[in-house]
Design a protein around this ligand. Structure first.
Ligand SMILES: [Zn+2]
Length: 111
């Protein structure tokens, strides 16, 4: 059973990857306002290589909270440490709870 610490770090890593994807898209203006971009699934399953497609605006909305992560539909594996807060056709949004949330918020502040 992965610890909350491990889960939080794993997901923070993928969040980092997605931040880069967003920055690249903005820098090269490869995505128009309504266009879909491939982001990586930020779920806690180690080895998950799913992609989720979001517009940059949708991505920004998820990113407004450090405790929220975007995942592929159904990729909510640990109901005791995360709850689903948004269900879309292409992606779900989960919010971390308790210790996992603290880790996620701490990692988001890290340089
Ligand atoms: Zn996943």
């Amino acid at each position: 059973m992965p610890t909350a610490e491990r889960i939080g770090k794993n997901e923070a890593l993928f969040r980092e990857v997605n931040q880069r994807i967003r920055e690249l898209n903005e820098a090269f203006e490869t995505s128009g306002a309504g266009e879909l971009t491939d982001f990586v699934c930020e779920c806690s399953l180690e080895g998950c290589r799913e992609y989720v497609r979001l517009t940059l605006a949708e991505y920004e909305e998820v990113r407004t909270s450090a405790a929220r992560f975007l995942v592929a539909p159904g990729h909510q594996w640990t109901p005791e440490s995360e709850r689903e807060v948004g269900r879309h056709e292409r992606y779900w949004v989960v919010e971390k709870l308790g210790a996992a949330r603290e880790v996620a918020e701490r990692e988001a502040d890290a340089p």
